[in-house]
Structures are given as C-alpha cells and as structure tokens.
Design a protein around this ligand. Structure first.
Ligand code: CUA
Length: 181
C-alpha cells in the first residue's frame, strides 16, 4: 500500500466522521427542540392492564369512559380503542387546562393523534397509554387511529371537542359528555 493512498483513506475517514457528527448533532438538536418547545416526548408511563378483562372491571368499564373531573380538579378522559372504533366516539374537554388522556385496547395495537396538537401515542394491548396536554384551540378536533390495525383502520376515528372553560359544565358526578354541552 502506497503512503499517499493511506493518507487519502485517512482524509476520507475524517471527512465522513465530520459529516456524521454534523448529522447526529442536527438530529439530537431536533429531538431536544421537539421535547422542550413542542412537548413531544417518548412515552414514560409504564402501566399494565389485562386486555381480556379491561371492559369488565376497573377504570375502563363502559360507565367510566369519557371525561371526568376528578379529585383536585384533574380532568381525565378515558377511551378504549378497539377494531374499529373509539369508545366513546366523542370526548369533551376544557381549553387552557391540563387534561389527561388515558387509552387502553382489548385487541391489537392502535395509535392516536389529535390533529393540531402534541397528542400522539400508540395504544398497545396490555398497557395503558397516558398523555397530558393543554388544548389551546377550541372546536372539534379530529382524532384518527394512526396505526394500521386491520381492514377498518381508515374508518377508525373519534372527535375531541375542546370548549372554553366557561362552557365546560360537568354534571354532579363530575362527568362531561359531548351531548350535554
Ligand atoms: Cu385502530 Cu388503526
């Protein structure tokens, strides 16, 4: 091997090292920016649930689904994602206030996102997906399933109705539904 060839190889390797360093730095900065500015973070909540019994007992039974104002004025909305619908089809939440969304699925992997917000998560059988967010815009936001879950995937969506705080009127049991606006 000639000496100048070895020098060439070294030069090329250093060049690519620099290129890769720049690319990795850009990706890292993008992740940090998304996390700090847009509050887009990887899931940190690990909570298991039995997909076979979640509809029979516990917080995801039919009567517990939807929005509820809980202790400490905490607004929590619970939804079940199934093939091929969300239960309930519509949830109502107040604007400008921290809302916790909790999802579970009895069948396959689904995904949820709420258009125009930072809400984006996967719903995996066996786990509860939890997202905290503050909705700033009022109106009906579309929440489609974004993880291919079978033939009816494209028909699977729900509505998040964001109302001003003054129009958010939960009943005496703390529950609020899209119908009782
Ligand atoms: Cu559920 Cu796609």
């Amino acid at each position: 091997m000639r000496a100048d060839t070895e020098q060439d190889i070294l030069k090329t390797e250093l060049w690519w090292t620099a290129v890769v360093t720049v690319i990795v730095t850009i990706i890292m900065l993008a992740i940090i920016y998304a996390g700090l500015v847009h509050h887009i973070n990887p899931p940190s909540n690990i909570e298991t649930i039995d997909p076979k019994t979640l509809h029979l007992t516990g917080e995801f039974t039919e009567g517990n689904l939807g929005t509820k104002v809980e202790a400490g004025d905490q607004v929590t909305s619970r939804l079940v994602a199934t093939q091929f619908a969300f239960q309930p089809q519509c949830i109502v939440v107040p604007a400008g206030r921290t809302v916790t969304l909790r999802f579970a699925t009895p069948d396959v992997i689904h995904g949820i996102l709420v258009t125009g917000t930072n809400v984006n998560a996967m719903v995996v059988p066996g786990y509860v997906s939890q997202v905290h967010t503050v909705f700033t815009r009022t109106g009906d936001l579309l929440m489609p399933c974004h993880e291919y879950c079978g033939l009816g995937h494209s028909q699977m969506w729900a509505t998040v109705r964001v109302v001003p705080e003054s129009e958010f009127r939960p009943g005496p049991d703390g529950r609020a539904t899209c119908g009782a606006r």
